[in-house]
Design a binder for this molecule. Structure first.
Ligand SMILES: [Zn+2]
Ligand SMILES: [Zn+2]
Length: 330
């Protein structure tokens, strides 16, 4: 029987806030990405200290509300991180609402190989999330759908070969509790400031960048990126306004949504466009600002972007600003 340690036992700091998660399709496995002291294999106090250090890193350096993981599995126990029904932060922008995040306490040096107990404890963490957090049956790796080495070669191979218990059997997952009734809503609001104005070519589709996050609770956007919603499959409504400069009034301008997918089989990895929505074309008003709204469905693992097309061959076209917001339901 695996010990499930509450936050108070491993010495967690209080969370700064939580976002509700009704259910997930399963869990994703992680490793620390750094050195794990071999003393953690014999002294569980060292495991707790390592998890406290990770929480400090996530809260103080990353600026997250809490440790990014839902649960942590070491050789001795399972420690509750954010826990069930709370959105984790560790799976990558936009990829947190589909899976809980389980950290296995191995890394790139020191302890790099899962022990038999860690395998059992990983499944205990997953069962806990199924029973208390309506987790689905999937077991995936952080690197599935996201550019990272995590969870390292050893944990990766374990997951892809069926995440078997030490006796070679595939565990029967505990039945899940009922998903909470409400659907999870996801929303975001972004802008492009004039400081990040960008020159664009004519007669070409250009994805609109965003450098300002007014609201991004589900972490779909990062930096000056163009992606505003990353599937977990969801229905969305979206409104966008794009301000152009250097384009004569009356010039036809088109807007559309487009879905991209990260392809890490290419060298270097690229975002490939997979599907575009209906185009909305208007003559550019004197204000230089065009607006549109769209309703659509983001497929699993795809990134939603807004694109603009200026029908002309001028040389001084510029996206001067943008505002964009969406509401999505998983
Ligand atoms: Zn990870
Ligand atoms: Zn331990």
């Amino acid at each position: 029987m695996t010990t499930i340690e509450p936050r108070s036992v491993w010495g967690a700091r209080p969370t700064r806030g939580t976002s509700h998660l009704g259910s997930t399709r399963g869990v994703k496995a992680h490793y620390t990405g750094g050195r794990v002291d071999p003393a953690t294999l014999t002294d569980h106090a060292k495991c707790r200290a390592a998890v406290r250090a990770i929480q400090n890193q996530h809260m103080d350096a990353n600026g997250w509300n809490d440790i990014g993981y839902s649960m942590v599995a070491c050789d001795h126990a399972v420690m509750i991180g954010r826990g069930p029904h709370v959105l984790p932060a560790a799976n990558g922008p936009g990829l947190n609402s589909g899976h809980y995040a389980i950290l296995v306490l191995v890394g790139t040096s020191g302890v790099t190989t899962m022990t038999d107990n860690m395998k059992r404890n990983f499944h205990a963490a997953r069962d806990y999330l199924r029973q208390h957090g309506a987790a689905g049956t999937e077991i995936k790796r952080h690197r599935d759908g996201y550019s990272t080495d995590c969870p390292g070669a050893n944990v990766s191979a374990w997951v892809t070969s069926g995440a078997k218990l030490p006796n070679g059997t595939s565990p029967t997952p505990e039945p899940a509790d009922e998903p909470t009734k409400e659907k999870d809503m996801d929303y975001g609001s972004f802008g492009l400031s004039q400081a990040s104005a960008r020159n664009i070519p004519g007669n070409a589709w250009v994805s609109v960048p965003m450098d300002t996050e007014y609201a991004d609770p589900y972490g779909n956007h990062s930096g000056t990126g163009e992606s505003i919603l990353i599937g977990e499959p969801s229905q969305y409504v979206l409104e966008a306004a794009v301000e152009l400069a250097g384009v004569p009034a009356g010039t036809p301008v088109s807007l559309r949504t487009a879905e991209f997918r990260y392809d890490n089989s290419a060298t270097p990895p690229v975002d490939r466009m997979e599907e575009a929505g209906w185009e909305h074309t208007v003559p550019l008003p004197e204000s230089g600002r065009v607006q549109f709204s769209a309703v659509g469905h983001v497929q699993d693992g795809r990134k939603l972007r807004v694109q603009v097309y200026v029908h002309g061959d001028g040389t001084n076209y510029k996206i001067n600003g943008a505002r964009l917001k969406y509401l999505a339901q998983r």
